[in-house]
Write a protein that binds this ligand. Structure first.
Ligand code: PMP
Length: 587
């Protein structure tokens, strides 16, 4: 493939670019004769190009040097076989009108075998063909002799990086994909590896408005150059941001606490709830993950019931996931929500029988680690009713799904028609900057004001708030919530079509751009297909699309891209998934 269409681009440069002013002379580095010349005048090509032939008499070897992006008059008076002595100015640097549209520069390349070409030879290669082209084109600096310290340091390759990382990073941290990726650049919904290969990021809900969104980057850079300090000083950014964030939420959610991670947000939410209710017991949904601290692992079944976990402490109470596909009550049961919510009521009764009471019920507005599960209608209404009857506090964990991702609403809990007492936010809030927040009611905030000050060194600093403000404004101005709705609906419809064709797909679900594809070996027994899910995620990565797997059986493909994801991106994902589902491993 010559061009840059398709999933793999020619991003490996096999010559050396020397930037010079237009009309600078090009001197022959060695004795030689003109082999061939041509004006390769299509856009982004070389423009006027000369190839010289050189001979190493003693060794009986012939090789070539190529000069691209020359001026048009460099080709005047040339003929094949014309001798060019070392040091002779034989061409000039072209301008961008004639040189293929580039900033003025010389492309210089050594070629040992021209493969019968004349006046042209590939100067860039696909990463997977790098070794072949480099075997034909030795380092151009062998001839030029530019001091090596003038070149940027060479990056380490993926294997070396992995080894060095293993020496200094805790081994409890895994790396995505069977063949790890080295990612060096992000732009909107794309990530780029060290070879410049683009990957469509279909899984990163942190870079919510797009990787490295220029307005978010600029907001952070500008504020960082002026002031960054803690929240014990008055500052416009803090107040402005708190006001704007609260404006996205229903009454009476009007009091903000700014922190630095989703875990810090949930940690504080627990403290607020426990201080307000003077109770310790927490009700959580099975398979949930709420954060990495000691207290949060204690309320995260995903961790305490998983490898290395030690089970639930006595003050943590699990209720079943309201999963109408695989759970006890299916979508065919009109009372599924009420039945699942009754588990909450039952647990409250058990707590009360021990003379305690519930402090909080914490639940994501869509279950992420649980397997991208959409709560059945009314589930939160019913569950909240039971919790509030017992004077408990209802916490909505919006760390994964907030900020317009669900498409129809800005907050996931709004799809359930409830107003939580505490909302926790993270991941997308700062588009990758370590910002997170807790928003609660004045009443709960007042209970927490018991003399023990809450201070957070970095939370809510002017840089974080500038970034948070930029994220809110980009979501609104680029209408990303509407895009999530539109593209998410398109993607969901096409995924459902795939279901008709591939029996491995047992369920397709989600809201907006938060989707899950559950894979099963048998649509009746619902036997999970984790090997196939792992295979598909890795094959998609090889084909240039990043997604991951989750759910208690690791058999759910997770799709939660930046909200700038387009319909064309969705079509590319569907086409590739369709092809991979046809491979033997998925049969
Ligand atoms: N809550 C949920 C639902 C999450 O998914 C996560 C992170 N995966 C957290 C809380 C914790 O956030 P953080 O990693 O920013 O501490």
């Amino acid at each position: 493939m010559q061009g840059n269409d398709g999933p793999v681009w020619r991003t490996v440069h096999i010559g050396l670019d020397l930037f010079m002013e237009v009309d600078s002379p090009v001197l022959a580095p060695l004795d030689g004769v003109v082999h061939s010349f041509r004006n390769n005048n299509t856009p982004l090509d070389y423009g006027p190009t000369i190839i010289l032939q050189h001979a190493l008499e003693e060794q009986g070897l012939i090789f070539f040097t190529l000069y691209g992006h020359l001026s048009e008059n460099s080709l005047d008076d040339l003929y094949e076989g014309k001798p060019i002595a070392q040091g002779t100015p034989f061409a000039k640097i072209g301008n961008s009108r004639v040189n293929g549209g580039w900033p003025p520069h010389l492309h210089f390349q050594i070629i040992t075998d021209l493969l019968n070409r004349t006046g042209d030879f590939p100067g860039v290669a696909r990463p997977d063909e790098r070794d072949v082209w480099l075997s034909l084109c030795p380092d151009p600096n062998l001839v030029l002799g530019i001091p090596t310290e003038r070149f940027p340091a060479r990056g380490r390759n993926v294997e070396q990086l992995r080894k060095r990382r293993a020496e200094h990073m805790g081994p409890s941290l895994s790396i995505s994909y069977r063949k790890p990726l080295e990612i060096v650049r992000g732009w909107m919904q794309y990530l780029y590896d060290e070879n410049g290969r683009a990957y469509l990021d279909a899984v990163n809900n942190v870079s919510h408005v797009g990787h490295c969104h220029p307005r978010v980057v600029r907001a952070g850079q500008e504020q960082m150059a002026i002031l960054n300090t803690n929240t014990r000083y008055l500052h416009d950014n803090l107040v402005e941001y708190a006001e704007q964030l609260c404006a996205t939420l229903p009454e009476p959610l009007r009091v903000c606490f700014f922190v630095c991670s989703g875990s810090e947000a949930n940690e504080l939410a627990l403290r607020l709830a426990r201080t307000h209710t003077r109770q310790k017991d927490i009700i959580v949904v099975d398979s949930a993950y709420h954060g990495n601290t000691t207290s949060l692992v204690e309320i995260s079944p995903y961790k305490f019931d998983g490898p290395g976990g030690t089970g639930a402490p006595p003050y943590t109470h699990k209720v079943s996931m309201p999963d109408v596909y695989r759970g006890e009550y299916k979508s065919t049961n009109p009372k599924a929500s009420e039945h699942y919510a009754c588990h909450v009521e039952d647990v409250i009764r058990q707590i009360q029988e021990r003379q305690d009471n519930v402090a909080a019920f914490i639940c994501e507005s869509l279950l992420s680690c649980g397997g991208q599960i959409v709560l059945p209608d009314n589930y939160l209404q019913e569950a909240y009713r039971h919790v509030r009857n017992a004077n408990g506090v209802c916490i909505a964990d919006e760390v994964q799904v907030g900020f317009g991702r669900v498409g129809t609403h800005f907050w996931g809990f709004e799809t359930q028609g409830v107003v939580p007492d505490i909302v926790t936010m993270g991941k997308p809030i700062g588009n990758g900057h370590p910002l997170a927040a807790v928003v609660t009611t004045p009443e709960i905030a007042a209970s927490f004001n018991n003399g023990m000050e809450y201070f957070n060194t970095f939370g809510g600093n002017p840089v974080s708030c500038a970034i948070g403000l930029a994220v809110l404004s980009v979501i609104a101005e680029e209408q990303l919530q509407a895009n999530a709705h539109h593209v998410g609906t398109h993607l969901m419809n096409d995924l459902r079509q795939l279901m008709g064709k591939h029996t491995l797909i047992g369920d397709v679900r989600g809201l907006g751009l938060f989707l899950g594809v559950e894979l099963v070996l048998d649509r009746v027994t619902l036997e999970p297909a984790p090997i196939q899910a792992f295979y598909i995620a890795n094959r998609m990565r090889e084909r240039g699309i990043l997604l991951s797997t989750d759910g208690p059986f690791h058999n759910v493909l997770k799709i939660k891209p930046p909200l700038v994801f387009t319909e064309a991106n969705a079509d590319f994902l569907i086409k590739t998934l369709d092809e991979i589902l046809d491979e033997d491993c998925c049969k």
